[in-house]
Design a protein around this ligand. Structure first.
Ligand code: TPP
Ligand code: SF4
Ligand code: MG
Length: 287
């Protein structure tokens, strides 16, 4: 098989017109452009429409619990840091149930690439509000409108000095493919929030709604300026920026763990023994 087709897995069970298709296309196009072999990467997911993603890609995979993709991805990355490790989830999965894991992974700077299919709603469970649902939005569960303030994941990530912070849009596939490729290359933790219309349940944030607001960040923008990045991250409303909002070159967590500096744990029984010795030594001291 040629090009992106060699990465295709099961036939997707998403609604016709769903923004997830476009993300799948961009993701497999990025893999094809980089020539990454299916055995050289792993996708971890939780539960949700986005959580089904790894079933539709030919890859190593672990589909676990809602909100728990990042801890599993962290373990995989530490066991084999030469593997490209991706965590995929919805806005509920990553920012709601998994929010605690997300913020500590950003702080730690583990080299996991996180892609959030942000449809601003709980899709799989039929349309309850998620952390990124807009204040005032009426749903079956929020008949008086959403009362909590909308989470801004980009501003949160800049505040935590996350290594790579970007926003993409399912309706701009060429741009999204380039963003995914950049995230693959970033050495530390990467967060890519992807605006993804849910055509069946989110009747507010539609293709048209995003299409009228989304704009590409210009080439004169410097994503290394953190204060400017925070201002850019706060933009939401009539104009919504897509592109790399912030990046820095903090060393990744795996570069700072001494026992894996000589190679991945999976390749060396000596490294396992050293790690076990050190851990049991410190546990003895602790008790
Ligand atoms: C801990 C936990 N809470 C709630 C659920 C029920 N649940 C499954 S999928 C889902 C919503 C998923 O929404 P999101 O993560 O945004 O993904 P989407 O379906 O929109 O892609 C919920 C609430 C669950 N499985 N586990
Ligand atoms: S319910 Fe929404 S997110 Fe789920 S497959 Fe359908 S359009 Fe996509
Ligand atoms: Mg969602």
């Amino acid at each position: 098989m040629e090009g992106r087709d060699r990465y295709l897995g099961e036939i997707p069970a998403w609604c016709p017109g769903c923004g997830n298709f476009s993300i799948l296309n961009a993701f497999t196009a990025a893999l094809a452009a980089e020539g990454i072999e299916p055995g050289r990467f792993c996708i971890v997911s939780g539960i949700g429409q986005a959580g089904k993603f790894p079933h539709y890609v030919k890859c190593n995979t672990f589909n676990g619990l809602h909100g728990r993709a990042i801890p599993v991805a962290t373990g995989i990355k530490l066991a084999n840091h030469e593997l490209l490790v991706v965590a995929v989830g919805g806005d509920g999965d990553m920012y709601g149930e998994g929010g605690n894991h997300l913020l500590h992974a950003m702080r730690r700077n583990i080299g996991v690439k996180v892609f959030v299919h942000d449809n601003q709603i709980y899709g799989l469970t039929k349309g309850q509000a998620s952390p990124t649902s807009m204040e005032g939005m009426v749903t079956k569960n929020q008949p008086f409108g959403v009362l909590s303030e909308q989470l801004n994941p980009m501003a949160m990530a800049v505040a935590l000095d996350c290594g790579f912070v970007a926003r993409g849009y399912a309706g701009d596939r060429e741009h999204l493919t380039a963003l995914i490729r950049s995230a693959f290359y970033h050495d530390g933790f990467s967060l890519v929030d992807i605006l993804q219309p849910c055509v069946s349940l989110n009747k507010v944030n539609t293709w048209e709604w995003y299409g009228n607001r989304v704009y590409r960040i210009g080439e004169d923008y410097d994503p290394r300026d953190r204060v400017r990045a925070f201002e850019k991250a706060l933009e939401w409303g009539d104009r919504i920026p897509i592109g790399v909002i912030y990046r820095n070159d903090r060393p990744s967590f795996e570069k700072r763990v001494p026992v894996i500096s000589g190679g991945p744990l999976v390749d060396g029984s000596d490294r396992w023994h050293e790690l076990k010795e050190r851990l049991s030594g410190s546990l003895r001291e602790f008790y």
